[in-house]
Design a protein around this ligand. Structure first.
Ligand code: GLU
Length: 428
């Protein structure tokens, strides 16, 4: 596999032909604004010292402070974080929130650490990047294998360093530490709103639709839960260890209960707190992608649908809850057999949208009700989904390209307002 960042930039070239954006603005987007690499020494429980590598990339802040999560994963590298930061720039522009894009990551397997080690690592990372982030410059949030508790430690560490209580420096915090109601479920809920809009446009019946979800973390669980509640048949789910399949569909609340209690994904049925194992077929993550389903939801990591397996993907609708699950080479293959891809920068934008609401609430010092958060999220997702869908139809391009065109138009307008070459030349 080549560079993920280079692959991500290929999407710009395709969309740029249809967008209202100056060539020099596009050139800027090819180069992250600033990148920081740090090492984080952590005292382990056995007394030894271990040093971890960490990154924070600020891709662009044309439309506002840079925004994006922090991931803990053994495969994190600078190239991946650059791609993820680039996607954040585009994502914030797609949903029209006043942020640019950033991302951070630490090369670590958090499952192998104790809670105290994890806390020391999280505080250590903030000590290392404290000068680089801030509520008006660059605002982190959770991502793969990070959560509200970690955000709370990070916020507290930053506040200690700056000697100011600064909840707006990070989003996705626990509610008692200034988090927003509804942030924890926002990514999955946003993706579900996309499915609902498609349902209206395509007129399908939820009970006739079979769904497979790859990845059973925050995004995957919540979207599966909403779909299940609406009558969709979720026939397959997986986590990093593998997947399960059941033709009649799973009882998703039971799966979530057991997964979160035991950290294992097993086919179960629960009545209250009593859960029993039920029969289901085992399958691999690769097999899940190729199932005969109507809706496929990649909700794990990048590069899952590639030039190699795209021709075997049978779903007619793909909702990208993960960031970057489809490579640029796989895209035309999916389009050729008529699959509609609701791209990551739209489908998973619910998370950062409610992060924005959290930041607004922190700065106002006034907190919203869950209903208010959810209503505003719904409005954003419905409005932007339909704007992208209409662009797709109007310009006869793929939905991903349409989302990029929509984003580039907004970024282009912000750059244009400052004056580009076109503007200054006219005055000579
Ligand atoms: N990590 C999430 C994403 O990729 C959320 C980012 C945020 O809330 O800032 O969109």
């Amino acid at each position: 596999m080549g560079s993920i960042f280079d692959d991500a930039l290929r999407r710009l070239d395709v969309a740029a032909e249809h967008a209202d954006i100056d060539a020099e603005a596009l050139e800027r987007l090819r180069h992250p604004k600033a990148m920081l690499q740090v090492s984080i020494p952590v005292r382990m429980d056995d007394g030894s010292l271990q040093v971890f590598e960490g990154y924070r990339v600020r891709h662009d802040d044309t439309r506002g402070p840079a925004k994006g999560g922090i991931r803990y994963h053994p495969n994190v590298d600078l190239d991946e974080i650059k791609a993820l930061a680039f996607w954040m720039t585009c994502k914030c522009a797609v949903v029209g929130i006043p942020f640019g894009g950033a991302k951070g990551g630490v090369v670590v397997d958090p499952k192998k650490m104790s809670r105290l080690e994890l806390e020391r690592l999280s505080r250590g990372f903030i000590q290392a990047i404290a000068d680089f982030i801030g509520p008006d410059t660059d605002i982190p949030a959770p991502d793969v294998y990070t959560n509200a508790r970690i955000m709370g430690w990070m916020m507290e560490e930053y506040s200690k360093i700056t000697r100011r209580h600064t909840p707006a420096v990070i989003t996705g915090k626990p509610i008692p530490l200034g988090g927003s109601l509804g942030r924890d479920t926002a990514t999955g809920r946003g993706a579900y709103h996309c499915v609902q809009e498609l349902e209206k446009r395509r007129g399908w019946k939820p009970t006739n639709m079979r769904v497979a979800v790859q990845g059973f973390g925050n995004g995957g669980q919540v979207v599966a839960q909403h779909l299940h509640a609406a009558g969709y048949k979720v026939v397959a789910v997986s986590d990093s260890k593998g997947g399960i399949y059941k033709a009649e569909g799973f009882d998703i609340p039971s799966l979530i209960h057991v997964k979160n209690e035991t950290r294992n994904l097993e086919a179960v049925y629960c009545d209250g707190s009593l859960c029993e194992a039920v029969k289901a077929d085992q399958l691999t993550n690769e097999e899940l992608l190729e199932l005969d389903v109507d809706i496929l939801i990649p909700a794990a990591l990048e590069n899952q649908i590639t030039a190699e397996n795209a021709k075997r993907v049978r779903a007619s609708v793909i909702i990208e809850v993960a960031n970057g699950p489809t490579t640029s080479e796989a895209e035309p293959i999916l389009e050729e057999h008529g699959s509609l891809v609701v791209p990551d920068i739209l489908a998973n934008a619910g998370g950062v949208t409610v992060s924005y609401f959290e930041w607004v609430q922190n700065r106002q010092g006034l907190y919203w009700t869950l209903e208010e958060v959810q209503q505003r999220l719904k409005e954003v997702m419905q409005r932007e989904f339909n704007a992208v869908y209409n662009l797709m139809e109007e310009k006869q391009i793929g939905m991903r390209s349409a989302a990029y065109v929509h984003a580039l138009n907004r970024i282009g307008a912000a750059l244009e307002a400052r004056g580009t070459q076109r503007y200054f030349q006219d005055n000579t």
